[in-house]
Design a protein around this ligand. Sequence first.
Ligand SMILES: Cc1ncc(COP(=O)(O)O)c(C=O)c1O
Length: 359
Amino acid sequence: MSRKLNFNPGPAAMPLSVLETIKENIVDFHGIGMSLLETSHRSKDYESVQDRAVALLKELLAIPDGYKIVLLGGGATLQFAMVPLNYLREGASCDIALSGSWAQRAYEDAKKIGKVNLVFDGSASKFTTLPDSLSPTKGAAYLHLTSNETIGGVQWQAFPDTGSVPLVADMSSDLLSRPVPVEKFGLIYAGAQKNLGPAGVTVVVIRDDLVARSPDSLPVYLSYKTHVEHKSLYNTPPEFAVWAMMLVLEWVKEQGGAAALKEVNEKKAAALYGAIDESGGFYRCPVDRRYRSRMNVVWRLPSEELEGRFLGEATASGMVGLKGHRSVGGIRASIYNATSLSDAKALADFMRSFAAKNG
Ligand SMILES: Cc1ncc(COP(=O)(O)O)c(C=O)c1O
């Protein structure tokens, strides 16, 4: 089989070695005489997989003591509701940095639950930039930001100090692509299907004081306390997704962890932004250079007709997933951890030759 050069935004490329390990063990899980998918989530076999996944997350994200990790269903989308349901009490307000389409989703859900202050509104710049600093509103329950906007291609390169206001982040599209100072955050969440594995599991890292503040009045699944107290086994977990994530995390460790991946990810991004910037205006990236995403590189061509031709020729060359999100159009290359530097360089070469032919 010849593998595609995979620039899908999520679900996205996975390491080939992980897919091979799954293939070898899906029917008979390491010789137990049945598949992991056929065993109870209370079995030793499943528990050891989940425990290993959690231990690897703690190690690779350098999570300090005083935090818990829970694995949930419902995608990052459920977190848009769970965060305000747990912390946005009646009469209180929260802060949101409106940086693009995904922050907008978090904003829409939070508004249904309580009062929201927009501490940054990027709509005037069409979400092409981020603020240099952010000040939380006094007494806000938390401040929510989206570390990487998967559709718009803007990414926070440093995180604000929010003092006593807990900082909450949706890191769905860049968790583990670089080291992050977890101690600055009250809560971090991420759906797995970009850098961590297949869709189906969501990682939540939560500080102990926020676990304690999770109200008992909530329906049981919606309370973070439930999942912390039951070690993410209150109900049936997504076993397959957790196993696959564990294997991806082993792969991340083999690569040298978040710091080593950051270096490669920066080279991948530099290859693509280089091809854009050297094109003499043929390719245009709308994003403020200071906040260009290292995960989702977006650009336009001089016309939609040329964009269509670019996509057609890229597909014919085995490159998939390059069509920009339907809400914004253009081109987007998603270059998560499992997309190799050589794949990114191949795309940059393709961009150069396309520009030479059509510019
Ligand atoms: C930054 C970000 N947040 C949230 C989501 C929604 O995630 P899910 O589909 O897992 O609910 C996505 C999906 O692409 C995303 O990129």
